[in-house]
Design a protein around this ligand. Structure first.
Ligand code: ZN
Length: 195
């Protein structure tokens, strides 16, 4: 397995729609393994293909003790009204904001063997994370869902943070072992746990 570089806000691929996965190839399985490893080292709870510079419609999630490969996902049901919760994103490091999401979603997707499955009524961090990652698969970032004022504040923080990533790439330190899982930290946000 190897760590992948994470594309940060400003990289065009984050704004592109993805392409449905038609065949599960050995190369795709390797990509999924690498995405899990990258997500763990970056201390995220979700990672979508465009964040590692890929255009396949897939993401990986590890939230609320649920570890999922999510290929060609669709939200088939939304319920429970809107809830507000803090989110971060591995592609917008150090920027956090409250985002409105559906309280519960049912998602239909394929696993790494191509088998269709449904995650029913995903709520809390898992539900929020799935909505955040599926947004990524359609070129949407959590900052797009903020009010104008909150988006301005987030972008102001990002103006400072982005100077750390001159090539819009976030290179993770090589040789780091995946950290211990910390559920309390992960509960604070979506892609990225607040340090
Ligand atoms: Zn994200």
């Amino acid at each position: 397995m190897s760590l992948l570089d994470i594309h940060v806000l400003g990289s065009p691929i984050l704004r592109q729609d993805t392409t449905r996965v038609e065949h599960i190839t050995p190369e795709l399985r390797r990509l999924v393994d690498d995405m899990f490893e990258t997500m763990e080292v970056a201390k995220g709870v979700g990672l979508a293909a465009p964040q590692v510079g890929r255009s396949e419609r897939l993401c990986v999630v590890d939230a609320d003790d649920t570890r999922l490969v999510v290929i060609n996902p669709e939200i088939v049901h939304k319920e429970g009204g809107i809830v507000r919760g803090e989110e971060g994103c591995l592609s917008i490091p150090e920027v956090y904001a409250d985002v409105d999401r559906y309280a519960r979603v049912t998602v239909r997707a394929q696993d790494i063997d191509g088998t269709w499955y449904e995650i029913e009524q995903a709520a809390n961090l898992l539900g929020r994370c799935l909505q955040h990652e599926i947004d990524h698969l359609h070129g949407r970032l959590f900052t797009d869902r903020l009010s104008l004022l909150k988006r301005r504040a987030a972008m102001k923080e990002w103006d400072y943070e982005k100077t750390k990533y001159p090539k819009t790439l976030r290179v993770l330190p090589v040789g780091d072992l995946p950290p211990e899982k910390d559920a309390t930290k992960a509960a604070a946000s979506t892609d990225a746990a607040r340090p």
